[in-house]
Each structure stands twice: as structure tokens, then as C-alpha cells.
Design a binder for this molecule. Structure first.
Ligand code: MGD
Ligand code: MGD
Ligand code: SF4
Ligand code: MO
Length: 715
């Protein structure tokens, strides 16, 4: 038996774990009490990871689809055949015909994601879809406009703040995003314990709101009006720090002008937050002296995610809370980060700008199905399940069928992989070396600023290979140079002979060489040194007072409070407001994450889907249910965009009247590669969510997944 310290790469908490193994099998996983960041916290998903590593459904060899069914083939055959077809498609159609989807789980491992970028470049391609446009591209777009780079982001100084307003976030379940905060609820509850306040702005009285703080129920997708009303009141109360604004910011007058019409009374009509409650909230925000507004996917996935984020950042900035102890801090990167993208490309479909070099996933089906120059014909899907996780699943299914070549890299054969020509076995996170997520290392979004390294804990299942290796082999086989660079290609070709090079010694893979060079360039001493701190290294913390006037990346060095296109979009808001009033009696669908599920992939473990958990539900307020004669446990039909799903009802008074929730990531009935998940009954909510150019936030590429108008009827 052997015990090894590592960390979990499932969510942004990145909890430290102690894994006991015997003969290359995980026997037990426990939280690491001594880990500098997580200090003994871990959730059930991290602790049950062994069930995924050793799942009987793990892919152990490459698979090729022959006459409609998958047959194991050798690596040599798979790489050879795929390489040939990639080269041939490139010859006929050039780089515009290439695309990739890079899913959420692999996003936590820097190396394969870097190789994927270089891979696309090798084929002159650039169409990289990721779930970024389902969860956070509005923040990247906002960082770019306000601070000069998508990677310039702020986070609440949780451990010192006296007031936290969390908009569209449910830490008990999700552990938060854009901040690495293991066991977030202890740290948030501590705000109250030291005499401060916590507010949850959310259409649902969430598990988090039940634990501490006060809940403000907001009508879904009206947060932009909430923020406008908040800022209007803040300015009306003259609670702005003019000295700071004059010194460090630009555009305040324009900003003040656009918020002027949005009084607490007026916005209340659509947000359903009474004006006196909004005023009291602003009052508390001012009185706190050190306060932070924070938002997450609940608003990111609405139609105005970028606007909400902009206004939130403006509130924190003009009130003097940015770069202040107990306010918000601008993260300091730990490792050198790549330069910010210059002028972004625009998509062939609908001319939408890329954000942070990503093309919106909401137009993936259009990119594949629309004929003409630039039509996508070859696609690699690495650790993603877009069929279940992207909006408009049925069109996506036709799109995947339409591809000339579709290759999936995953640890299992998921629903999307059913459409693939080849499915290639990649690594589970416990099978690879890693450093923390790039939000922390490159963007610095860490209240406890720290760094850790892990070696692989078990060796790969069967013939599974590192995705970086797979992509490199495909490049060689197609006779293309990785990243379009001969130097990289030559280095890549060195592969296993690295250990013979002087200075590099025990480093036997390109992946480790990459981590070695990166950590050395971040002055962390390289892998050997990092191994000496298996509980992680505590680094100098993010401190207030070193951002404004010093690290802002805009050309003038000042924060841009009034980005031109966002000011222009304010003109749409009168019309939007009128629409809201017109729809006030309609139901709006929101998302809901669950303790035992993780996007689309955690349903293949018996314990996670037993009993009541064998399906998802429609959560609906008792009044809305009785109006529609819906009974608990009985099926309801949820319709939108001329499509529908049928899902069992859960009557839930935590839902705000007028809003309903259906968790995503379900719909595994066709999952021949997933023995347990296949038996579950949940339905895929993304069948009814909108995709296509009309459904996308034009300035951030975000998909509209929250606050979608739906009809619900009894069956
Ligand atoms: N309706 C609706 N849809 C949503 C959302 C929502 O709120 N509502 N949320 C969106 C969000 S925020 C996200 S991030 C996306 C996520 O959606 P996706 O990016 O599609 O990712 P997942 O469903 O998490 O997992 C995809 C695949 O990763 C594989 N995988 C898991 N662990 C590993 C590993 O260790 N190594 C490798 N190589 N593969 C692994 C799994 O087997 C699975 O097949 O879903 C989005 N979809
Ligand atoms: N258990 C579990 N944990 C996860 C995941 C998972 O699938 N399962 N997914 C991971 C991923 S990929 C991500 S990106 C993060 C996301 O993590 P978070 O961004 O923290 O997301 P959620 O916890 O889903 O919280 C979103 C909240 O927004 C609320 N909401 C919905 N619509 C609106 C609205 O219009 N306005 C407002 N103000 N609120 C609204 C919802 O009720 C919900 O409580 O979670 C990660 N953690
Ligand atoms: S909270 Fe997130 S990082 Fe921590 S164990 Fe659970 S899934 Fe893993
Ligand atoms: Mo996400």
C-alpha cells in the first residue's frame, strides 16, 4: 500500500487529497488536513474519484466506428488513419474546416489545453469551442474592456470583507467560480460571525441562503436592472470616491448618465425586489466600509451577462472598494501568463467576435452545418460532452453526423462520442502530473495564494495516453508542425529521448518538461523542489493597494468605466424593460447544479444516482404548480423554442414564483458506453435551450441558458 498527496481537479476548489493505492488501484481517498489551500476539506465527488479512474467503462484502447459499431484498433492504426484524413481535409479545405471542442474537465490541466491550441494552429485552424461561453466569457470580455486584458479579474476579499453580495451563485453546491475557495461556506459564514452581512440575490432560496445571510429574490435575467438600480442609488447617495475615480478611472460621467433613469422604483417593476429593500441593501453596502459585490453563472448565462459584470465592477470601483482590504482584490498571477490576445477574430457565422480567442459554442452547429467556404468538416472533441452540455442538442446531433471526421478523446465513451468516427482513450486526472488551474496560476484568483504540484497517482488505464501525446502524434501523422512551428515540432519529436539530455535528467516526458520550465520561470523552483512541499507552498498573499495606478493594463493605465459598446447597449434597455413587463406572468427557466452531479459526467457511479437521484426534476413553486395542476412526482411538459422535454415535478417553495429550474447534464439513455448512467431517467434540458446566432450575447459570445421563457403543462 502506498499513500500519496495530490489535489482534486474537478472544480475550482482544487482540494488537497491523500490517496491510498495498492497495485495501481485507488483504495481510499481522504481530504488532506495539511493542505495549504483546502485545509482538510473535500467533497464527495473528490473522495469518490476512484470509481471514475477504475470504472469498467474506462476506454482502454482506441476505438474505430465500423459499420455503425465501435471496434478496438491499435494506436498505430488509429493515429495513421486519422492523420491521413486530417491531412486530406486540410488539403481540400484549409484551416477554416478545422474545429475543436475542449471540455470542462481537461481545462484544469494546462498541458493538454496548450497542446490543443498548438494542434489547431498546426492545421491553420482557430475555431476553438469551450464551455467558457457557457460559464464565464462575459467576465473575460469585461476584464478586457475595463482592465485591459481578459485575464485581469477581481475577487472578493472574503476573509476581511464586512459585506458580501453574491449574485447568482450557490457555493454550498458549486464551490464557486473565479475564486479558489475550498469549503466556501465556512469562510462566508465567518463574515456574519465577525458582525458583517451576507446577501444572496437569486431567484431561488438556495442551500447557501439557508445556511447564512439574507435572501433577496430576483426575477431571473433581470440582474442588469438590479445593478443599474444599485448604482443609481449609490450615486444618488453620493457614496462615490471622487478622488479615486479622478486618479485611476475614466468614463465616470458617461456611466453616471446611463444609470440616471434607473431608480430603485423603476427597476423594482422588473426585478421584483422592492425599492425599499434595494435602498436598504445599498445602505448596508455603504455603511459596511469594506464591501464586495460578486456574481457568477446565474447572471453570466443570462442575456446581459457582460452588462451585469461591467456594472458590478463599476459599483465596486467607484465606491472605493476595489483594491481595498475587505473589498475586491485584483489577482496577481503566480506564473508568467501569455500576452493578452490582440484584436479578436470574428466568426464566419453572424460575425460575432471571439472572446479570449474562443469562438462561441452557441454557434457550433451553425459552423458545421452552414455550407460555403469555412464550413467545419473535421472536429476534435477533447474531454467534452457538448451533445448534453451545449444548448440546442438536436441541431448539434445533426451537425456531428454531418462532419467528415469527428474524433473524441475521453476517459469513457460518452453520448457525444457515439457520433464519433474514432474515440481515443485519454487520461484521468489522477493519471497525470499537474499544477493548479490557470485561473489561479495565471490570473491569481486565490484568497489563499498558494501553489502545488502533483505527480501522477496511478499509471494509465490500459493503453490510455496523455491527450498532449495523442494530439502531437496526430500532427506528426498528418505531417503538420505543432503550433505551426518547426522548433516545437522538433522538440515534440524528441519525446521519450528527453532523459538523455543534460540538465533535464529525470524528466522523461514533454509534459513534465513543460511543467518544469513553467514553474522555474515562475520562480517556484521546478518539480523536484515542489515535490518537497506535498501540502503546497503558501505564497505572498494578494494585498490591497497594489493595483490601481500600477497594474491596470489599459493603454492609459486607467480603469475604463464606460466601454463604448456597453454604453451603446444601454439604449436597448428601455425596450428590454417593456418586454419584461409584457412577460411578467410567464415562467422563466433557470439552471440548477446538484451535489452529486457534475455537468454531464458524474451519473455513472451507482451511489450518485440511487433512489430519488436517478433523474432530474422540474423545480417549481407551489403556486405555479397548482395553477397548472401539476402534482409532485408526476410528469410535466416544459416547452420552449418549439421543442419540449417531459420531466417529473418537484414542488419546491424555495423557487421564486415565476421561475422554474431543471438541472442540466442528464439524458444518458443512449449512452451505450456508460453502463450505470444509461439506466438513469433524467432528460437533457439543453434540448429546449436556444442556440444559433440570435441566442448569443453579441459582445461576449455567451449562450443564453438562464431566464429562458418556457411553458409548463401537466401531462
Ligand atoms: N443547461 C445548462 N447547460 C450547461 C450548464 C448549465 O448551467 N445549464 N453549465 C455549463 C457549464 S458551466 C459547463 S463548464 C459545461 C461543461 O460541459 P462539458 O465541457 O461538456 O464537460 P463535462 O460534461 O463536465 O464533461 C465532459 C467529459 O469529460 C470527461 N472527463 C471527466 N473527467 C475527466 C478526466 O479526468 N480526464 C479526461 N480526459 N476527461 C474527463 C467526462 O468523461 C465527460 O465525458 O456545461 C455547460 N452546460
Ligand atoms: N456539484 C456541482 N458543482 C459544480 C458543478 C456541477 O455541475 N455540480 N459545475 C461546476 C462548474 S462547471 C461551474 S462553472 C461552477 C458554477 O458555479 P456557480 O457560478 O457558483 O453556479 P451555481 O452554484 O450553479 O449558482 C448559480 C446560481 O444562480 C442562480 N440563478 C439562476 N438564474 C439567475 C438569475 O437570473 N439571476 C440571479 N441573480 N441568479 C440566478 C441559481 O439559482 C443558482 O443558485 O460550478 C462548478 N461546481
Ligand atoms: S470541492 Fe471540488 S475540488 Fe474539492 S473535492 Fe469536491 S469536486 Fe474536488
Ligand atoms: Mo462551468
Amino acid at each position: 500500500m502506498k499513500s500519496q498527496k495530490t489535489f482534486c481537479r474537478i472544480c475550482e476548489a482544487q482540494c488537497g487529497l491523500v490517496v491510498t493505492t495498492e497495485e495501481n488501484r485507488v483504495i481510499k481517498i481522504e481530504p488532506n488536513r495539511d493542505h495549504v489551500n483546502s485545509q482538510g476539506y473535500a467533497c464527495i465527488k473528490g473522495l469518490k474519484m476512484g470509481d471514475f479512474v477504475h470504472s469498467p467503462d474506462r476506454l482502454r484502447t482506441p476505438l474505430k466506428k465500423v459499420n455503425g459499431s465501435f471496434k478496438p484498433v491499435s494506436w498505430q492504426q488509429a493515429i495513421g488513419e486519422i492523420g491521413e484524413r486530417l491531412a486530406e481535409i486540410h488539403r481540400r479545405h484549409g484551416g477554416e474546416a478545422f474545429a475543436a471542442y475542449m471540455g470542462n474537465p481537461i481545462g484544469f490541466s494546462l498541458w493538454p489545453t496548450m497542446v490543443m491550441t498548438a494542434f489547431l494552429k498546426a492545421f491553420d485552424g482557430h475555431k476553438l469551442f469551450t464551455p467558457g461561453t457557457q460559464d464565464c466569457a462575459n467576465k473575460f470580455a469585461g476584464g478586457h474592456r475595463l482592465y485591459g486584458s481578459p485575464s485581469d479579474q477581481t475577487f472578493p476579499d472574503i476573509d476581511h470583507t464586512r459585506l458580501l453580495i453574491a449574485v447568482g451563485s450557490n457555493p454550498v453546491i458549486s464551490k464557486m467560480s473565479f475564486i479558489s475557495l475550498p469549503h466556501p461556506m465556512d469562510r462566508i459564514a465567518a463574515i456574519e460571525e465577525r458582525g458583517g452581512k451576507v446577501y444572496w440575490v437569486n431567484p431561488r432560496r438556495t442551500e447557501s441562503a439557508k445556511r447564512c445571510g439574507e435572501h433577496l429574490a430576483i426575477r431571473p435575467d433581470t440582474d442588469v436592472f438590479f445593478m443599474l438600480g444599485f448604482l443609481n442609488e449609490l450615486i444618488a447617495r453620493d457614496a462615490v470616491d471622487y478622488e479615486q475615480i479622478n486618479q485611476y478611472m475614466e468614463g465616470f460621467e458617461q456611466l453616471a448618465q446611463v444609470v440616471l433613469p434607473w431608480t430603485p422604483e423603476r427597476v423594482a417593476e422588473v426585478t421584483h425586489i422592492p425599492p425599499e429593500r434595494l435602498r436598504a441593501l445599498v445602505n448596508d453596502y455603504i455603511a459596511a466600509g469594506a464591501a464586495a459585490v460578486y456574481c457568477s453563472t446565474g447572471v453570466n448565462q443570462g442575456r446581459f451577462g457582460l452588462m451585469v459584470f461591467w456594472l458590478q465592477e463599476a459599483i465596486n470601483a467607484v465606491s472605493g472598494n476595489l483594491d481595498k482590504r475587505g473589498g475586491t482584490l485584483a489577482g496577481k498571477n503566480i506564473l508568467p501568463r501569455p500576452p493578452a490576445p490582440g484584436e479578436e477574430r470574428r466568426s464566419r457565422i453572424a460575425d460575432i467576435p471571439y472572446v479570449n480567442s474562443l469562438i462561441p459554442a452557441g454557434i457550433m452547429a451553425d459552423e458545421i452545418l452552414t455550407p460555403g467556404p469555412g464550413k467545419v468538416r473535421a472536429m476534435i472533441n477533447m474531454s467534452g460532452n457538448p451533445l448534453l452540455t451545449c444548448a440546442g442538442s438536436e441541431r448539434l446531433a445533426s451537425a456531428f453526423e454531418d462532419l467528415e471526421l469527428f474524433v473524441c478523446l475521453d476517459i469513457v465513451r460518452n453520448e457525444t462520442a457515439n457520433y464519433a468516427d474514432y474515440v481515443l482513450p485519454g487520461l484521468h486526472s489522477l493519471e497525470r502530473p499537474d499544477i493548479p488551474f490557470y485561473f489561479f496560476t495565471m490570473m491569481g484568483l486565490m484568497p489563499t495564494r498558494s501553489f502545488f504540484y502533483t505527480d501522477p497517482v496511478v499509471s494509465p488505464a490500459g493503453e490510455a495516453r496523455d491527450e498532449g501525446w495523442i494530439l502531437r502524434q496526430l500532427c506528426h501523422s498528418a505531417n503538420r508542425s505543432l503550433g505551426g512551428s518547426r522548433l516545437l515540432q522538433a522538440l515534440s519529436a524528441l519525446g521519450g529521448s528527453l532523459s538523455k539530455l543534460p540538465l533535464i535528467g529525470s524528466i522523461t516526458s514533454l509534459e513534465k518538461l513543460f511543467l518544469e520550465l513553467l514553474t522555474r520561470s515562475g520562480k517556484l523552483g521546478g518539480i523536484r523542489k515542489l515535490r518537497q512541499s506535498p501540502d503546497g507552498l503558501l505564497l505572498a498573499p494578494n494585498e490591497p493597494g497594489d493595483y490601481l495606478g500600477q497594474r491596470v493594463n489599459t493603454p492609459s493605465g486607467k480603469i475604463q468605466l464606460a466601454p463604448e459598446d456597453l454604453i451603446a447597449r444601454c439604449e436597448e434597455l428601455d425596450n428590454e424593460y417593456a418586454q419584461e413587463l409584457a412577460h411578467r406572468d410567464a415562467l422563466k427557466l433557470i439552471q440548477k447544479r446538484e451535489r452529486f452531479t457534475h455537468n454531464s459526467w458524474a451519473h455513472n457511479v451507482e451511489a450518485f444516482v440511487k433512489g430519488e437521484r436517478h433523474t432530474n426534476y422540474l423545480y417549481i413553486h407551489p403556486e405555479d404548480a397548482s395553477q397548472r395542476k401539476l402534482a409532485d412526482g408526476k410528469l410535466a411538459r416544459v416547452s420552449a423554442n418549439n421543442r419540449h422535454i417531459d420531466v417529473p415535478v418537484k414542488i419546491d417553495d424555495a423557487m421564486m414564483p415565476g421561475s422554474v429550474a431543471v438541472p442540466h447534464g442528464w439524458g444518458h439513455q443512449g449512452a451505450d458506453g456508460l453502463q450505470v448512467a444509461k439506466t438513469t431517467q433524467g432528460v437533457n434540458v439543453n434540448i429546449i435551450l436556444p442556440d444559433g446566432p440570435e441566442s448569443i450575447e453579441p459582445t461576449s459570445g455567451m449562450s443564453h441558458m438562464n431566464g429562458v421563457l418556457v411553458e409548463v403543462t401537466a401531462i
